[in-house]
Design a protein around this ligand. Structure first.
Ligand SMILES: NC(=O)c1ccc[n+]([C@@H]2O[C@H](COP(=O)([O-])OP(=O)(O)OC[C@H]3O[C@@H](n4cnc5c(N)ncnc54)[C@H](OP(=O)(O)O)[C@@H]3O)[C@@H](O)[C@H]2O)c1
Length: 312
């Protein structure tokens, strides 16, 4: 990426692995970059590369029209804001833009957005969907939510982070909603995959022997995904040609037996089976697995025994 002397200044608060990658990408793109982190020694390499150290969070916010904060969670963001306020005479923060790339739950993110707004700053939330190592490359994928105009104004600067900057909507909690939904998919899938490798290993099947078949299954799921989503949004749960939930329950039952026989802990599969069993008990045994999305979306009520089976 080319350096220009006109690149706008930017501040990065939080220098964990992700914050360091972000600050490094801004520096590489030629942005005068101010950094601050609770633990100062993490800035070392960035300072060598030309970053400016701020004496505290207030000075860091003051240094640029755009500040990216990337710390462990919303409590840490609040701790940074509290410290900035303590350093400020005015009990308000500089009227600049805070782009929060910290992962957090949606409701907590909305609370934080309100607080930042009340402190006189503009707030944009972002969820980073790719690892620190690829920040600044085309692989980066960041989902933003909050005022679209704010993202548009800062797009040229945020482009230094690379890849796609996708705007999801005005609700500041929307990026966090996508984040937790996608990470739930990722980590439950990874846990399931590791569980399967463990089951295979107990039967002398190496992971590399199972891998090509597991890859085909993952591909099948990826291929089916758009059609399943359309069925859910269209309220169609009969799943023409798909396995019925009673059949899924039977399949999970024999997987649990296989795990128990080989003494591989079966908690992961039992948890999936519990969800399917509850849906069957609620009268959805003849429906396709897409019914589970609607069933679970009823919230806590989905875990309760049904008052009457057969509800549509
Ligand atoms: N790393 C990745 O590949 C990746 C990928 C996607 C999303 N993310 C998200 O990016 C965010 C940052 O992740 P990370 O990998 O850089 O490391 P992290 O361990 O999640 O966060 C470390 C940062 O949080 C700061 N921090 C923690 N508690 C604090 C407090 N009470 N007050 C002020 N600062 C505090 C740390 O400061 P000190 O140095 O002083 O401890 C450090 O700057 C997280 O929300 C993470 O989920 C990370």
């Amino acid at each position: 990426m080319g350096h220009t002397t006109t690149s706008p200044p930017v501040t990065v608060i939080g220098l964990g692995p992700m914050g360091r990658a972000i600050a490094g990408a801004f520096l590489a793109a030629g942005h005068p970059t101010t950094v601050w982190n609770r633990t100062a020694d993490k800035a070392g390499d960035l300072l060598t590369r030309g970053a400016t150290w701020a004496d505290g969070p207030q000075a860091a916010l003051q240094a640029s029209e755009l500040t990216v904060v990337c710390v462990v969670d919303a409590d840490a963001v609040e701790a940074v804001l509290d410290r900035a306020l303590a350093e400020s005479d005015h009990r308000r923060l500089p009227a600049t833009t805070l782009v929060n790339l910290t992962s957090e739950a949606p409701r907590r993110t909305r609370e934080l957005a309100l607080r930042v707004d009340g402190l006189g700053m503009a707030y944009l939330d972002g969820a980073i969907m790719t690892p620190a190592a690829v920040i600044g490359t085309e692989t980066t994928r960041i989902l933003y939510s909050g005022p679209a105009a704010l993202l548009d104004r800062h797009r040229p600067t945020l482009a230094a982070l690379g890849g796609a900057a996708v705007h999801l909507g005005a609700d500041p909690g929307r990026a966090a909603t996508f984040d937790v939904a996608l990470l739930n998919l990722f980590w439950t899938s990874i846990t399931g995959l590791m569980h399967s490798f463990a089951l295979a290993a107990r039967q002398e099947v190496p992971a590399t022997a199972l891998a090509p078949h597991a890859q085909q299954m993952a591909q099948l799921m990826a291929d089916l995904l758009p059609a399943l989503a359309a069925e859910i949004d269209g309220g169609s749960f009969s799943g023409e040609g798909s396995a019925a939930l009673t059949s899924v329950a039977a399949s999970l039952e024999h997987i649990v037996h296989a795990l128990d026989e080989t003494e591989v802990p079966s908690a992961v599969t039992r948890a999936a089976k519990e969800v399917v069993d509850a849906a069957v008990a609620a009268g959805h045994g003849g429906d396709a697995p897409v019914r589970l999305a609607e069933f679970l979306s009823r919230g806590a009520a989905a875990g309760q025994p049904p008052a009457r089976s057969g509800a549509a």
